[in-house]
Design a binder for this molecule. Structure first.
Ligand code: C2E
Ligand code: MG
Ligand code: MG
Length: 410
């Protein structure tokens, strides 16, 4: 946007809808009181104008006027709010406090009582809640309040048990079981994820021998189960990550091929070069690598081709969408892509016999979902593995025979 000398960008009292980055020229911030108009700041190239109102939710506290011809880059409030929401809660809180103080100082200087909107208070409360949760999570990891639940991964054509995915749960003392959707993003933002992952990998290695014994109790229904643990792309940058995993496996005498690391596409793409290096190392040690939630992020296929992954996991939103012809084609395309890359697919979120049958027809090798079993605490999961034979018969009888045939051309 271009302003001519003397032109107003906004006036005091206007609602704050955008912030502006000055690209060239000068914009003056002026306050008006009974004694007249005074310039309190001159903003030049690289400086922000009008950011206060959109951060603390208030109205414009001063006029902004072009002192010379000026070119500005407009950042709408929603875009600013989105970026701010992704920022660390401490940064958000500090910014809010500093801006309110600045507003107070400017108001005092101008002899005005500058308004602050009440939703700024809600923002502060939300940021405080996040800080509190972060502190509690750090303590929870130390106190052993986290628990892994295990969900079966099934060989779809036969119904045999192929493995399990370990999914973290937080047994919060007052709020009950908390979903990873609530606290994993906080762990990632605060850096606590490294500790969480270290704990999860150690826990999985601890229970793997028991799972293998349970599977050996019914060899006709269970392969040696591969256990998948979710890790964050951020973990890959942590010093000693690969060393530590290899050490844990060696301590328990576990075949590295029985461990799989699941990494979501979006966190992988944050630093693909680093991911490639670390994953190659883990892969060389024999550990499996799965790209989780495939198709939901913005992965570059060029990078994907360089990643040494061994499994592609189709996000459950695609499985849910298979009832529509376009959704079905998307899943078919992902399965074909994986075929071309010679890696098997695990379909997530299989809830119905029809989805199971369709996936088998599309050539999808593995799957998980409530149809086969929900994530369960260790004791129940061990029992599930031991008795998989009876489920196997149920899956074979009910799902494949009674499911409707899939109509899909090409
Ligand atoms: P994910 O790795 O894609 O895990 C699959 C999610 O789908 C799990 O949610 C699982 O409970 C759920 N699910 C499985 N089958 C069905 C189904 O048939 N229907 C429906 N509606 N849902 C199904 P959960 O356990 O809430 O985990 C959510 C996400 O949190 C995981 O998605 C993963 O990205 C993350 N996560 C879980 N545990 C860990 C962990 O230990 N470390 C890290 N870094 N992330 C984790
Ligand atoms: Mg996963
Ligand atoms: Mg997933």
């Amino acid at each position: 946007m271009r302003l001519l000398p003397g032109q107003f960008l906004f006036r005091a009292g206007d609602p704050g809808r955008s912030a502006y980055l000055v690209e060239s020229g000068t914009v003056e911030i002026r306050v008006e009181d009974p004694s007249g108009v005074r310039m309190i700041a001159a903003c030049g190239p690289g400086e922000f104008v009008g950011e206060m109102a959109i951060i603390d939710g208030g109205t414009r506290s001063a006029h902004a006027v072009a002192a010379t011809e000026a070119v500005l880059y407009e950042i709408p409030a929603e875009q600013f709010a989105r970026r701010l929401a992704e920022a660390d809660p401490i940064v958000r809180l500090s910014l809010g406090i500093l801006l309110r103080r600045l507003r107070g100082m400017l108001g005092a200087e101008a002899g005005l009582d500058l308004p602050v909107r009440t939703d700024a208070v809600d923002l502060a409360a939300a940021a405080l809640e996040e800080v509190r949760l972060e502190r509690e999570l750090a303590a929870a990891i130390r106190k052993g309040q986290l628990e892994l639940h295990y969900q079966p991964i099934v060989d779809l054509p036969t119904g045999r048990l192929a493995g399990l995915e370990a999914l973290v749960r937080w047994k919060h003392p007052t709020r009950g079981f908390l979903s990873p959707a609530v606290f994993v993003p906080i762990a990632e933002a605060s850096g606590l994820i490294t500790e969480l992952t270290r704990w999860a990998v150690a826990e999985v290695c601890r229970v793997m021998p028991d799972l293998a014994i349970a599977a050996a109790a019914c060899p006709e229904a269970c392969a040696m189960p591969v256990v998948a643990v979710n890790v964050s792309g951020r973990d890959l940058g942590a010093a000693g990550f690969a060393d530590e995993i290899e050490a844990r496996l060696a301590e328990q005498g576990i075949d590295p091929r029985l461990l799989k690391l699941e990494i979501t596409e979006s966190t992988l793409m944050a630093d693909p070069e680093e991911a490639i290096t670390v994953l190659k190392r883990l892969r060389a040690a024999g550990i499996g690598i799965a790209v989780d939630d495939f198709g939901t992020g913005y992965s570059s296929l060029a990078y994907l081709a360089r990643l040494p992954f061994t499994t592609l996991k189709v996000d459950r939103s695609f499985v849910a969408g298979m009832s529509e012809p376009t959704g079905l084609r998307i899943v078919q395309t992902i399965i074909r892509l994986a075929d071309q890359l010679a890696v098997p697919v695990v379909a997530e979120g299989i809830e119905t016999a029809a989805q199971h049958a369709e996936l088998v027809q599309l050539g999808c090798r593995y799957g998980q979902g409530w149809l086969f079993g929900r994530p369960q605490p260790l004791g129940a999961a061990l029992e599930t593995v031991r008795t998989w034979g009876s489920r196997l018969r149920r899956i074979a009888d009910a799902d494949l025979e009674k499911a409707p045939p899939v109509a899909l051309a090409g």
